[in-house]
Design a binder for this molecule. Structure first.
Ligand SMILES: [Zn+2]
Ligand SMILES: [Zn+2]
Length: 248
């Protein structure tokens, strides 16, 4: 026999397919039917409970995006710099629990509160370096975005730009070809997977601009390096990588 919650879920899913209102209205209804639970420990109340928030580990030292070694403020080492390399990298927290759980949740469910909780943990006061910059994102492939219905990276980037008091600019980069999911690929395969994957479609905006290229996680960095190179090719003055999380 179907449990009441299974029936309710099925009902809501079906209802959602023909939902005429906006996404946040729809999610308001969902929150009412399914109360918020912590993504890490399942405690009822919020998406990231206070105890689990305490486990979030802030990045202690930033790294050079080219060689991956420690670097003051995340600036690319002068000897690592090339014409199209990123000029620096800043990440807020390590990719350790509850961050993977939270990002997974964000990927499959549009929860603005959770995004706010995540960014609340970010130490924004250190980011004066980005004044005068504009935030752009790495785009999801069209198909994948449609399948999920939204873009969690864009949601985080927009919120972050608001908190930093700098401009958010959408649709600067597009994906030229469908890239496979990066998870489970070797470093070489990742690089190959994203090489030449991006195209700048707003050169006018990019020219001589200082840009912050945002993504949720830095692992090999292949995605941001390639997207950054494309922005440099399009005439950007400076391109910094910025991620919520970074693997150790
Ligand atoms: Zn918790
Ligand atoms: Zn370096």
């Amino acid at each position: 026999m179907l449990s009441i919650s299974t029936m309710a879920k099925t009902h809501v899913k079906r209802g959602f397919l023909c939902w005429g209102g906006n996404i946040s209205q729809a999610m308001g209804v969902l929150d009412f039917i399914f109360p918020k639970t912590c993504v890490n420990c399942s405690r009822v109340g919020r998406y990231l409970c206070e105890d689990c928030q305490k486990h979030i580990q802030k990045v202690e030292f930033q790294i050079c995006p080219v060689c991956g070694r420690p670097s003051i403020s995340g600036l690319t080492h002068p000897k690592c710099e090339t014409r199209r390399s990123l000029d620096g990298l800043h990440s807020f927290v390590y990719y350790s629990p509850p961050i993977p759980q939270a990002l997974y949740k964000l990927k499959y469910k549009f929860v603005r509160d959770l995004a706010e909780d995540l960014l609340g943990e970010a130490s924004l006061e250190k980011l004066d370096i980005f004044s005068g910059f504009s935030v752009v994102t790495v785009p999801l492939h069209q198909k994948r975005e449609n399948w999920r219905g939204f873009d969690q990276v864009r949601l985080l980037a927009e919120l972050l730009a608001g908190k930093l008091g700098i401009e958010f600019k959408e649709s600067v980069l597009v994906r030229k070809k469908e890239t496979k999911a990066q998870v489970g690929l070797s470093r070489e395969a990742r690089a190959e997977n994203v090489a030449r994957a991006f195209e700048c479609v707003d050169r006018e905006f990019v020219k001589d601009k200082n840009l912050v290229l945002f993504d949720d996680v830095w692992t090999s960095g292949a995605t941001l390096k390639n997207a950054g190179a494309e922005l440099k090719k399009a005439g950007a003055a400076k391109v910094w990588g910025l991620t919520l999380a970074r693997s150790r």
